[in-house]
Ligand binder design. Structure first.
Ligand code: SF4
Length: 207
């Protein structure tokens, strides 16, 4: 999302500073995470009561259809709508489509410049496991794996821009590849990414 704003000449400032638009990219895995989200949202109007406050991500998915909570925010967007966030801000429109029917990985903009020498690279979204205590499958949808060639291409761009360490991330990376129409797994991703010339280290992280 940050890339979308940067590429359209927005100035990015710290969340605690005065701004015209505040984006809260929310998590809802624990009660603490949802409380933090609510606190961040209530803070924005105190800093600038004319601001546009945009709630995106998992908490937005969780509270959709709850009109009393929705009314507190200017714009609410689900996880799949993040890629078009500027369009929704321009229209001042909220949108949360049913994530459970999204079947393809949505490619975000590839970072043209590495920010740090360590950078994360997302390979899949969603989970099919439905563990009894976990909300993730309901707010992130089913497993959607990213094409392996896109992953390697992003890895090459990042390394070209001085990234030395890549962290492979996803919601349930062990399921990587199960939804694709060719045979590929997490091991293939690790092998291919680790062969990118100039890369020193590959790590794995489960979100
Ligand atoms: S595997 Fe992990 S993300 Fe998936 S439902 Fe279980 S705890 Fe949640």
């Amino acid at each position: 999302m940050m890339e979308q704003f940067k590429n359209n000449d927005y100035e990015i400032v710290d969340f605690n500073e005065f701004a015209d638009i505040y984006i809260v990219n929310s998590c809802s895995v624990t009660n603490l995470a949802t409380r933090k989200t609510r606190n961040m949202l209530s803070k924005t109007k105190k800093i600038n009561n004319q601001c546009i406050t945009v709630l995106v991500g998992c908490y937005a998915e969780e509270i959709k259809n709850d009109k009393t909570i929705e009314a507190k925010f200017d714009i609410i967007l689900g996880n799949e709508e993040k890629k078009d966030i500027l369009k929704y801000i321009d229209m001042k429109k909220s949108e949360i489509n049913d994530i459970s029917i999204v079947s393809k990985y949505i490619q975000n903009n590839v970072l043209e410049k590495g920010i740090n020498i360590r950078q994360s690279i997302k390979i899949e979204d969603g989970c099919d496991n439905f563990c009894s205590y976990c909300i993730i499958p309901y707010v992130r949808g089913r497993v959607r794996s990213r094409d392996i060639n896109d992953i390697v291409k992003e890895a090459e761009i990042l390394v070209k821009n001085n990234v030395l360490e890549l962290v492979i991330v996803g919601i349930e990376i062990a399921s990587y590849g199960k939804d694709l129409d060719y045979t590929v797994s997490l091991i293939d991703v690790i092998e291919k990414v680790s062969k990118v010339k100039g890369l020193l280290r590959v790590r794995l992280r489960i979100n």
